[in-house]
Design a protein around this ligand. Structure first.
Ligand code: ASP
Length: 342
């Protein structure tokens, strides 16, 4: 007899499972029972659905690398026993955690679908119900007995995205995420239409889980008027190993001598600097304008069209892997999980 499709729901917290505190009125995470009580429909699926809850569940603003490790470990420990995973997570840092998981889970051959909501599950107009139910459907979807989406994704408001391409761009719309540099992987209407050419194919290799983050990194976001001592204090942080330099447009930056010299000195000291555009669509093209030529010359790495969220977690995990500087620089320039278009 064929066994039933099985899904593990991992509840980390987030608005989907929050309730208003009676005294203060503030939204606080509540347990998974609340969610299952409000979505009895999940019992109607012909799948075996189990759950695992973070204790305590968190607002995703409290997400940290060690909790990403915990999440990846739950998936690793249960990998052989389930066909797919649904992760309920707050939307605030979902793009970071889901991107991190995409890098942590090498050779992932099963769906890991992150979702959540903008309104708690107990509110009549909640978006959580559809998000959760469709995520289960997607995590369970198979074609010729193979999972249709064997990668880490975010499902929100009818759209399925590659996780490491996403950015939370709206705090109040039900459509909270964008993926401007990579097509939507599926659209849910009456049918769920999969964009199969855009989705990773399974590679049938053994899952490898990378768990070491080196958090000695910083973001340096440019703005007109940024001061020399601001730049210098960031570049001279004790123990700093890498900087995500958020530049303008197609990777442009001021041409002031003090600025280029400060970056160049940092690179000579072995600090990795990755150029990521502040734009949510389009890519860094070093040398397109004169204002990016020097960055290229001094050895800044082009992040191409990577999101800042992905660049941060990818860099932390690669630093944690103890690669040589040369190998690290190479891996940052290329796509390792579909996070960059080349
Ligand atoms: N603050 C909440 C969180 O990220 C927001 C949400 O869930 O959408 O946990």
């Amino acid at each position: 007899m064929e066994s039933k499709t099985s899904i593990l729901v991992i509840y980390t917290g987030g608005t989907i499972g929050m309730i208003n505190d009676l005294e203060t009125g503030m939204l606080l995470p509540y347990d998974f029972e609340l969610i299952s009580k409000h979505i009895p429909e999940i019992n109607n699926f012909d799948y075996d659905i189990d759950s695992y809850s973070f204790d305590p569940p968190i607002d995703s603003s409290n997400m940290k690398p060690d909790l990403c490790v915990k999440l990846a470990t739950v998936i690793e420990d249960n990998y052989e026993n389930y066909d797919g995973f649904v992760v309920l997570h707050g939307s605030d840092t979902m793009a970071f955690t889901a991107s991190a998981l995409s890098f942590m889970l090498e050779n992932l051959n099963k769906p890991v679908i992150f979702t959540g909501s903008q309104l708690p599950i107990g509110i009549i107009r909640t978006d959580g119900k559809e998000n959760f139910i469709t995520s289960i459907e997607i995590a369970a979807a198979k074609d010729n007995d193979l999972p249709i989406v064997p990668e880490v994704c975010i499902y929100f408001e009818n759209q399925l995205y590659r996780a490491n391409r996403t950015h939370k761009y709206n705090a109040v719309n039900f459509k909270a995420f964008s993926s401007l540099n990579y097509p939507v992987l599926a659209e849910a209407g009456v049918y769920i239409k999969y964009n199969k050419t855009a989705i990773h194919k399974p590679n049938f290799k053994k899952l490898l889980v990378h768990k070491i983050f080196d958090t000695n990194i910083a973001i340096l976001k440019l703005f007109p008027g940024i001061q020399e001592n601001t730049v210098n204090s960031i570049l001279n942080i004790k123990g700093l190993r890498a900087v995500i330099l958020e530049t303008y447009g197609s990777g442009n930056a001021p041409t002031d001598q003090w600025f280029i010299e400060a970056l160049s000195e940092a690179i000579k000291k072995g600090i990795i600097i990755v150029n990521v555009t502040q734009c949510k669509g389009g890519a860094v093209e070093l040398g397109k304008y004169q204002t990016s030529l020097d960055l290229n010359k001094i050895g800044i790495i082009s992040g191409h069209d990577i999101t800042s969220e992905s660049a941060i977690v990818k860099t932390m995990l690669l630093l944690g892997s103890n690669f040589s500087e040369q190998k690290l620089r190479k891996l940052l320039e290329i796509s390792i999980r579909g996070e960059i278009t080349l």
